[in-house]
Each structure stands twice: as C-alpha cells, then as structure tokens.
Ligand binder design. Structure first.
Ligand code: FES
Ligand code: FE
Length: 444
C-alpha cells in the first residue's frame, strides 16, 4: 500500500542535485510556503522599481516583498525609501494606488499621515492624545534597506543580509548586458501589466532561469506567427550554456538575435545590428553575442527578463498555488522613440497576458501546480536531470557553467539555493557554492 512520505525537516531532502529530482510538495504545501515567506522572501533583495519610474520628489509606487505590501517613494533628499504599506495604528493600507505623486500618505481609517520617508507626520485630532500617549518618532512605518545597481532599486528587510553587490555577486557580469549595454543605460516604459496565474511562483522563475527546452515545442506556433513562419533556431549544444551563481541564472546561445527576432519588429533587429560593434567595445565580444540570443534569465528569488526582447517581470507569490505576474517593457534610454515603440509593440504581442507566448506558458504552470491536488500525485518526484554531467569551467563566463542551454543545471542550482536558504537560521549557515571572480570589482 502506498503511504505518505514523511515531511523532511532538512530542505535538502526535497531536492537532489546529483540524481536530478525535486519533491512536488514544495509546489503545493501551505506549511512549506509559510516557511518560504520567512526564510526566502523576508531575507532576500527584492526588485522594487527602476529609477526611471520614480524620477521626481513625491513619486511613489506600491508593490510587494513576498506578501508584505510596501510603498517606494522618492523623498525630497533625492533618495528612494521603501516601507511597509500598513498603518501602525490598526494596520490598514496607507496607500491604495499603484503609483502616483504625493506630498504625504494619509490613512483612511483614523487619519494618521506619513511622509515620503515613512515617518509619522501627524494625527487627525491629535489633541485627543494626552501627553505621553504616543511618541510619534517611534511610530513611523517600518523601513527596508534600499540599494541600487545601475538604476535597479532593490530592498531588503533583513539587516543582517549581505549587501546588494555581494547578493548579486558575479551575476552583475550578466546584468550589465541587460542594463548597461549602451551609454545612458535603460528606462522602463510607463505602465505595469498585472496578471494572475494559478501556479506556484517557482514555476515561473524556473522557466526563465533555464528552460530553453520548452521554447521550440511549446512556443513553436507562436514563434512562427511572430517570425514570418520561421521556427526557433535548432538546439545547438556546443555554442550554448547555462550559468548560475547564488541561485541567479542565465541560459543562452551565442546566435545574437533569436530573442530580438521573436518581437517580429525588423527595425529593432537593424538597430541592434548597428549597436553590436559598440556593445562589443563596451562589454567584450562574448557578451555582445550573448545579448539578444535565444536566452532567458532570472535573479533569485523572483525576477526574470529577456535581454533583447525587452520584457522584465516579477513573480509575486500569492499563496502556494497562485502568483501575481507584473511585467514592464525596458528599452535603452538613448534609442530613438520609434525603436522604443517597436519594442513595446513586440513585447505586448508576445510576453503580455494576451501575447502569443505568455499564454502558452501560464497554462502549463497551472497544470504543473494543480495536478498536485492529488494525494498520490504529490508523493511523486519531478525530473530535473537534463545535462547533469555537462559541467565545465569556462575562461570567460563566470558562475557554475554547464555546456548546452538544453539543460536543467540552472534549475537545479535555483532549488539548491532555495534549500540552502530554507535550512539556514542565519547567513553564516548558507554555503558558498561558487567563488566569485569579481568581488569588490566592477564587472564592466
Ligand atoms: Fe491607520 Fe487608524 S488604521 S489611522
Ligand atoms: Fe515560455
């Protein structure tokens, strides 16, 4: 008779990077999810916004760090502050808008008001409080640490966490391709698109961190529709790779253009054809070839993007079986307007909720998640063994590198980092799986 597998207390027992499998219960169980909120999301650096989304004093956006709602706003000192979107009086949200500009936030319930730095400024009918009832300086909103990498604003509530540069580590070498491939860097085009998928948040991330394999099968017709009936380029193992560190990953070929072509906008390809020699001077020949290739990438725990296709997204967890996907289009700041608009058109046609490719993926992730409703089903393991013996050392590519982008290597590394953090009581408990090359040094 089939019995229930015991729940391991060591989270490394939910994954096996040598045999290549993952326990399905991490995609379903509420108890595991609650521990993720504490051990992963309350300790990680989260993408909050790009500088271009908050250019002026008083500009704000609201988002989530795990399930903790936060407000990010640019204060009069020019800095961005990130703090809980929950009033310390009775807990209501202090801001219900997605974004905007304000001098202060006033809570709907009893009228406490807060600065764009999160301090408690005033209280409606303050005379009803006797002297000594409240020290306003200690009842502001809880602030997170905020750090910025080349315009990307990150926040973290854990004051013991390593700084952002150490958290990203050598992944900065990859991020530079996305955000620093041309003088002036990038900007986020206006508008955030939100959608909801009945899937565990990790399925979105693991797809972008390493799953090239699904593209030419799952997206075959969508890709042909976007590329004048051309399919994705064939699977080439010699000139393609998986690379990961600290749970972040990038899988890529070296064709230079497949992810740009998917937008179906020929003028964008022409733009990059002209830019590539300059990109090679700026980032080196290799990175100029990686940019725009058939590729996908993610930053642990829940940020993903495609360099060249212009989609940037976060997978916000909404319980173990639901995620909120927020997407933006990113472009180079110095591109001509018509190229920016062509990229935006392309991302809306492909990687938006009504896009040809996004719909393919979401349906699969819902299936991956909801089949685990079955008691017998979720006692089974999932296979993550592709390319398990293809690890290599590469002179130029930093990280834990595997040959061939048709591989589960980045997914295995992602789940290993997941288990490392789930087990760790403090930061010293998290093993170093890779020795970075660029500690203390810029990557460009
Ligand atoms: Fe915010 Fe009372 S809950 S003022
Ligand atoms: Fe996909």
């Amino acid at each position: 008779m089939r019995t229930r597998n015991p729940y391991p207390t060591d989270f490394h027992d939910y994954i096996n990077t040598e045999e290549g499998w993952v326990d399905r219960r991490i995609f379903w169980e509420e108890e595991i999810y609650q521990q993720e909120l504490e051990k992963i999301f309350a300790r990680s650096w989260h993408f909050i916004a790009h500088d271009s989304q908050l250019p002026n004093h008083g500009d704000f956006i609201t988002t989530y760090m795990g399930e903790d709602g936060v407000v990010a706003s640019r204060h009069s000192d020019g800095l961005v502050y990130v703090y809980l979107n929950s009033c310390p009086h009775r807990g209501n949200k202090i801001c219900f808008a997605d974004e905007g500009n304000t001098r202060s936030f006033n809570c709907n319930y009893h009228g406490w008001s807060f600065s764009t730095q999160g301090e408690l400024l005033g209280i409606h009918n303050e005379q009803t409080y006797d002297k000594g009832d409240i020290d306003k300086s200690s009842w502001g909103l809880r602030n997170a640490r905020v750090e910025n990498y080349k315009g990307l604003i990150f926040a973290n509530f854990d004051h013991d966490a390593p700084d952002l540069e150490s958290w990203l580590g050598d992944y900065r070498w990859f991020l530079d391709m996305l955000i620093d491939n041309e003088e002036g860097g990038i900007e986020f085009l206006p508008g955030t698109i939100k959608s909801y998928v009945n899937a565990n948040w990790k399925f979105g991330v693991e797809n972008f961190i390493g799953d090239a394999l699904h593209a030419m099968w799952n997206h075959d017709s969508g890709a042909k529709a976007m590329m004048n009936n051309q399919p994705f380029p064939p699977a080439v193992l010699e000139d393609s790779f998986h690379a990961s560190m600290n749970g972040h990953g990038w899988e890529f070929a070296l064709d230079g253009y497949a992810d740009i072509a998917i937008l179906g906008q020929p003028e964008v390809i022409e733009y990059y054809q002209q830019l590539k020699p300059k990109m090679a001077e700026r980032l080196g020949e290799l990175r100029s070839k990686i940019f725009g290739s058939l590729a996908s990438a993610a930053v642990f725990p829940n940020i993903s993007f495609l360099a060249g296709s212009g989609t940037f997204r976060v997978w916000l967890p909404r319980g173990p079986r639901k995620l909120e996907l927020r997407i933006w289009t990113i472009v180079n700041k110095h591109m001509p307007d018509e190229i920016k608009q062509a990229i935006n058109r392309g991302t809306m046609l492909t990687f938006a909720p009504g896009g040809t490719l996004e719909m393919d993926d979401g349906e699969n992730w819902e299936g991956n998640t909801t089949t685990n409703r079955g008691f017998i089903t979720r006692q089974e393991k999932l296979h993550y063994g592709c390319g398990i013996s293809r690890r290599i050392e590469h002179e130029e590519i930093p990280g834990i590198v595997y040959q061939g982008q048709y591989n589960d290597a980045n997914q295995r590394a992602f789940y290993q980092r997941w288990a490392d953090m789930m087990n760790a009581e403090n930061w010293n408990d998290i093993p170093e799986r890779y020795t970075p090359r660029y500690t203390g040094k810029p990557t460009r």
